[in-house]
Ligand binder design. Structure first.
Ligand code: ZN
Length: 460
């Protein structure tokens, strides 16, 4: 009888321990599921002006597009409440989001990849798009954290710390390599990217450009000029392809608008000899002088004032050289290095990877730059673009989608509170797992001790 009781007790204890572990697992997985937003595209009903919508709108493919020949409304019904919408446009205009009694103006900044979060969850939302809008894809999400590839762009900065001036989509990774992951992603500097040419002739490159920038930690939407991408093998030839005065005015406009402490430009020899890379660098060295000249483009001074760029670096420039450290682990990117991130960013340019690569040595070494002009003295350390720069405490600019919010200190503080709440939530999420485990162990030990005591008493 005594042995039987002992066995029963042991069995009971084992069942209790197993149930405890199951409970911990169950709660951890429930919490984990709550954190992630679900992509609802497969379960939602989508209509276009009350008729069945073409599948191209929600087929998760960029290549299939829907062109709005006239103003039309897309309506989405979902059994699972909708919390956010992510739209990949090929051509965007101002559009309207409607749900419950809310009317929101969207598309204000012309983002080709636009993420919109609803104030509260809804089962039905409507989107009214004007004529000429072209949509590649719409993604509908439930509440929670959306996948990291969803790009939540902020408008271009009002006052940037650093301005990067690539010519084409992909130059920013190939030639400027680790700058974006290190300064924007890791150090949280305001890095603005502005391209000299556009790729409207190759629609997929506009998407590759955004995916690549987002991947390496750029948060402000890039500026893309109206100059077409044209090929050239010399500076003289490139000069004939474009209106040089217009291009120079574009560059001076960028410097005055973004007021960057550091500007990064191309190699004067065009990297691998591309004439438009050369033109970009040659115009830049004129632009940095003209930007501070009040007689040049006086109409732009009314808007932005003159600006003297403190430091201008050119890739591979042979004087005052610095070599960027790009092989140290970056905590913002799960300990990947800036070089690894540069390669991953470039890999988003799927149409270009067979022609080029990011290199940390040799002729096109993405680490090597020279200080072309400085108003703050020469570098001593030789590996930091911000050496001798003191960035003043600038007022916090709120980059929320609603334009009105950026000038409203009340909503700015609301955003701050939201940010703090988010940080607390993330801390709670991090410590919840270990707490559950410790609690489990304590309960088990306590139960074991209790049964041992009972056993002792019985033995006595
Ligand atoms: Zn290029």
């Amino acid at each position: 009888m005594g042995i039987k009781m002992e066995r029963l007790k042991r069995l009971g204890l084992t069942i209790m321990i197993l149930s405890l572990f199951c409970m911990i697992n169950f709660f951890t997985s429930v919490f984990a599921e709550e954190e992630k937003a679900q992509l609802l595209n497969e379960s939602v009903q989508v209509s276009l002006d009350e008729k069945a919508a073409p599948t191209s709108i929600i087929d998760n493919k960029l290549a299939t597009k829907y062109i709005f020949e006239t103003e039309q409304t897309i309506k989405v019904n979902s059994n699972t409440p909708i919390k956010s919408i992510y739209i990949l446009f090929q051509h965007t205009n101002n559009w309207i989001l409607l749900y419950d009694k809310q009317i929101t103006s969207c598309g204000l900044y012309g983002f080709l990849h636009e993420y919109v979060e609803l104030t509260y969850e809804q089962n039905t939302v409507e989107m009214k798009f004007p004529k000429d809008t072209v949509i590649c894809d719409i993604q509908i999400y439930s509440k929670g954290e959306v996948r990291s590839t969803v790009e939540k762009w902020q408008p271009p900065y009002e006052d940037a710390d650093m301005l990067l001036l690539p010519t084409h989509a992909d130059d920013e990774h190939i030639f400027f390599g680790g700058i974006m992951p290190y300064y924007a992603g890791q150090l949280n500097k305001k890095v603005q990217v502005a391209y000299l040419t556009n790729h409207k002739g190759e629609w997929y490159r506009e998407h590759e450009l955004l995916e690549g920038l987002w991947h390496v930690g750029i948060k402000a939407y890039p500026v893309i000029s109206e100059f077409k991408d044209l090929y050239s093998e010399s500076l003289d030839h490139a000069k004939k392809l474009y209106n040089n005065d217009e291009m120079l005015a574009y560059q001076v406009g960028l410097l005055r608008r973004f007021r960057p402490e550091v500007v990064i430009g191309h190699d004067l020899n065009g990297e691998y000899g591309h004439g438009v890379h050369m033109l970009n660098a040659h115009l830049l060295i004129q632009a940095i002088t003209l930007s501070n000249d009040s007689t040049y483009m006086p109409e732009s001074i009314k808007k932005y004032e003159t600006f003297d760029v403190p430091k201008t670096y050119l890739h591979l420039y042979d004087k005052n050289q610095i070599t960027m450290k790009i092989d140290e682990p970056l905590t913002s990117f799960h300990n990947k290095t800036a070089y690894e991130m540069a390669k991953e960013g470039f890999a988003k340019h799927k149409s270009q990877t067979k022609y080029f690569k990011v290199e940390d040595k040799g002729k096109y070494d993405c680490r090597k730059f020279g200080l072309y002009r400085s108003t703050v003295g020469l570098d001593k350390s030789g590996n930091d673009f911000f050496e001798n720069i003191k960035i003043e405490e600038k007022p916090v600019v709120n980059f929320n989608k609603e334009k009105t919010e950026s000038s409203n200190p009340v909503t700015s503080s609301t955003t701050q509170v939201k940010k703090e709440a988010k940080a607390q939530e993330s801390l709670l999420r991090t410590i919840r797992g270990p707490i559950c485990v410790i609690l489990g162990i304590v309960i088990i030990l306590f139960t074991l001790k209790l049964s041992a005591r009972k056993r002792n008493r019985l033995n006595r």
